[in-house]
Design a protein around this ligand. Structure first.
Ligand SMILES: [Zn+2]
Length: 196
């Protein structure tokens, strides 16, 4: 493949201090990595992608290093992966970094129009991903009303998913992990054909 699409999977947190969201029996940093590796396996079986993980083990990775990993390819898609527990039903939130308003509505500088395209494609990515989750599952797209550090400075279509996929009463959620990974991989597959 001459110029493959690079899918950057960004498992949040990692290392001795960055656990992410934790409760008894739940450890976010590990779940994020499990999800990323499952998504990687599915995508690599499709042959169209080069998959890159911004974190491959339990160690800290700075946001700047994650950003550098993301921005080194011509054609890429970025997805930051976070997880949490649920009480009643699994659900998912998909975050897009809110667009910085352009200085003028009609005349955009090249940098602004690049940002604008990146933003539109990120929204499209969030919408496509949302369609992959079953209708009876609560899912929502959130235009991050605050600067979402994980997405700032990413040049490709970029979203952050918060997967509430592990039951808070710590029953096995293996089936949920499989389903979330499949849905996310399918969303990545579909957006890839639309932006590159
Ligand atoms: Zn997190």
């Amino acid at each position: 493949m001459a110029d493959p699409i690079h899918v950057i999977l960004d498992p949040g947190h990692g290392g001795p201090t960055e656990w992410g969201y934790t409760t008894t029996g739940f450890d976010e940093k590990t779940t994020n990595l499990v999800l990323a590796k499952k998504i990687q396996t599915i995508l690599e079986s499709k042959d169209d992608f080069e998959v890159v993980l911004s974190r491959i083990g339990d160690f800290p990775v700075t946001l700047n290093d994650r950003r550098k990993t993301a921005n080194q390819y011509n054609k890429s898609i970025f997805i930051s992966i976070h997880s949490s527990t649920y009480d009643k039903e699994p659900h998912v939130y998909t975050y897009v970094l809110k667009q910085v308003p352009a200085t003028s509505a009609s005349i955009l500088t090249p940098i602004e129009s690049a940002h604008s395209l990146q933003y539109k494609n990120s929204v499209k990515f969030a919408q496509i991903l949302e369609e992959e989750f079953p209708e009876n599952m609560n899912h929502e797209i959130v235009m991050a009303p605050f600067p979402l550090a994980s997405l700032i400075g990413i040049q490709s279509p970029a979203i952050l998913v918060e997967c509430a996929c592990v039951s808070s009463n710590a029953t096995s959620s293996e089936a949920n992990l499989e389903e979330f990974s499949r849905n996310i991989a399918e969303g990545i597959d579909r957006i890839a054909g639309k932006v590159y």
